[in-house]
Design a protein around this ligand. Structure first.
Ligand SMILES: N[C@@H](CCC(=O)N[C@@H](CS)C(=O)NCC(=O)O)C(=O)O
Length: 97
């Protein structure tokens, strides 16, 4: 089944950049949707009703909010491609820091 991956984002966002880097590292093709943060789209308000912030990752219709949660999600879903973290706990902690 073809994956449908959409990122609601704002080009200047360092939080969005986290998710963009994770997707790039994994080589995941996705649709980039630029948000106007002063006139938020209905899709953003619907997919992140709690904080109403970008980035929102939408994977096969399911929204994932918060950039660090997205990075972890991307790493787990596409676990067969370019692991984002080392397996050694100390090296992992250092990388996370
Ligand atoms: N903790 C969030 C922070 C996201 C965030 O602050 N996004 C900003 C853009 S950099 C935003 O959407 N601002 C719009 C607003 O606050 O209304 C994350 O890591 O995803």
């Amino acid at each position: 089944m073809a994956e449908e991956v959409v990122l609601l984002d704002f080009w200047l966002s360092m939080f969005g950049m986290r998710s963009r880097i994770a997707l790039a590292e994994k080589g995941i093709k996705y649709e980039y949707e630029e948000e106007d943060l002063w006139n938020k789209s209905a899709l953003l308000l619907q997919t992140n009703p709690v904080h109403k912030k970008i980035p929102v990752l939408i994977h096969n219709g399911k929204p994932i909010c918060e950039s660090l949660i997205q990075v972890q999600y991307i790493n787990e879903v596409w676990h067969d491609k370019a692991p984002l973290l080392p397996s050694d706990p100390y090296r992992k902690a250092t990388a996370r820091f």
